[in-house]
Design a protein around this ligand. Structure first.
Ligand code: ZN
Length: 182
């Protein structure tokens, strides 16, 4: 039987960028946007606050766009400070590149294993799905999901009792499957 695990975001990831006021390197988006429409030209930013001093930075979402070229649905969501939109934009590689930011997902996700029945079985096949592209170590996920230490997971890999089509030692942010024999 195939087990289905899901890596789920629990809140917005932190934004990694150096604060010019206090030299902290983490900002928290609070889901608020600022929109500036001037005649037919529109700019929009996602606001983020320094986690130490509270200084605000603006992350560019739209830059001098013609209002008519922006989808009305997107405009509504910007004006409504749609919290889901902040999550979508932070996960958009184009937005991250444009603003030269990276994300910090520590403490912003959880692993949902759908119960503990699999803990008793000798052999389990697990499909891991990522609800967002959250970079995590498979070794850590498997240890948490199977109630093992990371050292035990490492030993199972070495012994050939934990196998996958992907490399389990680095970080992943996309779906994968594995088979574990105890
Ligand atoms: Zn600061």
């Amino acid at each position: 039987m195939l087990e289905n695990w899901v890596v789920m975001p629990t809140c917005l990831p932190l934004v990694r960028r150096r604060c010019h006021t206090c030299a902290s390197e983490r900002f928290r988006a609070n889901g608020k946007f600022r929109v500036n429409a001037n005649h037919k030209v529109i700019d929009a930013w996602l606001l983020a606050l320094c986690t130490v001093c509270g200084d605000t930075i603006k992350l560019t979402v739209l830059e001098r766009m013609n209002v008519r070229s922006v989808r009305p649905e997107l405009l509504d969501r910007l004006h409504d400070n749609d919290p889901g939109l902040a999550a979508e934009l932070l996960q958009d590689p184009v937005v991250r590149r444009r603003n030269r930011i990276a994300l910090d997902w520590d403490n912003a996700w959880r692993l949902d294993t759908g119960g503990s029945d699999h803990l008793d079985r000798d052999v389990i096949d697990v499909s891991v799905r990522f609800a967002a592209r959250i970079p995590v170590r498979p070794v850590r996920l498997i240890a948490e999901g199977c109630g093992l230490s990371r050292a035990e997971v490492g030993r199972l890999i070495t012994e050939g009792n934990l196998v996958s089509a992907v490399r389990l030692s680095g970080r992943l942010s996309g779906d994968f499957t594995f088979t574990l024999k105890r």
